[in-house]
Design a binder for this molecule. Structure first.
Ligand SMILES: *[C@@H]1O[C@H](CO)[C@@H](O)[C@H](O)[C@H]1NC(C)=O
Length: 396
């Protein structure tokens, strides 16, 4: 007896479905139209899209993006990473110097140099640049070469001596200087074959010599003026000779804003001007900071509550005064003043509402100090004033 209604309703349902489709058959035409529409939105394919992605990273998390898939054996600890980065950089710079090939520091690596001639300890990217012709030269003569690195070459006092091997791998898509789908914006890699950590090398080419002469671009749309790049400045980075672009400060400010040159706390690290090092905050320091932030927030809330309370009381008092028929003293005065003022000027002003005097409103925030002065102040307090001179001293 119970089955019947179920069957009945199923039959009804299927009837309804059929009917629905008869009245409204699925609109294949509109579906395919919307698909072609979506396809049309993509930018037109360029020759650079024809290249398969050359360099691969395990991906997944942000951290595992910093290893080359072929040589990666898991994520390094903070200490292992620092050690790897110092030597990978020294090896790279040694190799270029020995072969008399020009390369220079770029992006976050340049920013690290600006602070203290070292890598930024929280940064996993290491970036360098070369000119377009250098890139072609590397592809032709040094692709696939393994560099046998021995730390005693650059620092004979170093004990124990570190011996490592690095691979220079040049992307075959270097012949294409257009960004394309973005799969091949990295032109070459210098890879630590023990753990897959790498330096990204990108080439700069004058991609539009007619429309934009003297503008050099990488495949990821960073642009540089010839006069900002050259003449290169010779300096030291991680204890070895390196080069930086001529107008490094302008390049950095354009890419990272002036802030990156003055802010002294970043990514869990704090700049210590006395030793000129970025030091990772200890768990204790982080806890202390969290506590004092909480305290500050609480204090602010209390102050706000007090202000609201004061305001309410004042309003109540005013209301009571009004009810008793008393005039509010200073509002009246203000009106008189207004009239005197217009009379003085001899300007006839249209009738207007009495000006409301701001009462108990939040105090006006302190005006910002002159931004440039503020920058200077931060620079002084962060110890950067010397730092800049120190850099300039060892730039030859
Ligand atoms: C570099 O060598 C690799 C491995 O042999 C090769 O796949 C790649 O195409 C080469 N790159 C260039 C620019 O020739």
């Amino acid at each position: 007896m119970r089955i019947r209604p179920v069957l009945l309703s199923l039959a009804l349902l299927s009837d309804l479905l059929v009917e629905a489709f008869l009245i409204n058959p699925p609109n294949h035409q509109s579906i395919s139209a919307s698909l072609t529409k979506r396809r049309k939105k993509k930018p037109p394919k360029t020759p650079a899209d024809g290249w398969a992605k050359y360099f691969h990273e395990p991906g997944g998390t942000d951290l595992s993006n910093h290893y080359d898939s072929r040589y990666e054996h898991g994520i390094l600890s903070y200490e292992e990473k620092q050690d790897s980065q110092v030597h990978i950089m020294r090896a790279y710079l040694d190799f270029f110097k020995k072969n008399n090939i020009e390369t220079w520091l770029a992006h976050g690596t340049l920013l690290g140099w600006w602070w203290n001639g070292k890598m930024l300890p929280w940064d996993w990217d290491i970036d360098t640049q070369v000119s377009g012709p250098t890139l072609m030269f590397l592809g032709k003569h040094f692709n696939g070469s393994i560099y046998e690195y021995n730390s005693a070459d650059s620092d004979p006092d170093l004990q124990p001596v570190v011996e490592r091997q690095y691979l220079l791998d040049v992307n075959p898509a270097i012949v294409e200087r257009d960004r394309g789908n973005g799969d091949n914006v990295i032109d070459a890699r210098w890879i630590d074959i023990r753990n897959g950590l790498y330096i990204d090398v990108t080439g700069l080419s004058e991609t539009e010599p007619l429309d934009q002469p003297g503008v050099w671009s990488c495949k990821n749309y960073h642009h540089y003026r010839t006069t900002d790049l050259y003449p290169m400045r010779e300096t030291m980075f991680e204890g070895v000779v390196a080069k930086v672009p001529y107008a490094y400060d302008r390049i950095l400010a354009e890419e990272y804003q002036e802030k990156a040159l003055v802010v002294t706390e970043y990514e869990g690290h704090k700049w210590h001007p006395d030793i000129k090092e970025w030091i990772k905050k200890t768990p204790d320091e982080i806890k202390q900071e969290r506590l004092s932030r909480q305290q500050a927030r609480r204090k602010k809330q209390e102050e706000k509550a007090q202000r609201n309370k004061d305001k309410e009381e004042k309003e109540k008092a005013e209301q009571e005064a009004k009810e008793k028929g008393e005039a509010v003293p200073d509002e009246g005065k203000k009106d008189e003043k207004e009239e005197e003022h217009s009379a003085d000027q001899g300007i006839k002003e249209p009738e207007k509402e009495p000006i409301k005097v701001k009462r108990n409103a939040e105090p006006d925030p302190e005006p910002d100090p002159e931004p440039v002065a503020e920058l200077e102040l931060m620079r002084e307090s962060s110890g950067l004033a010397h730092l800049r001179h120190r850099h300039l001293d060892y730039i030859v």
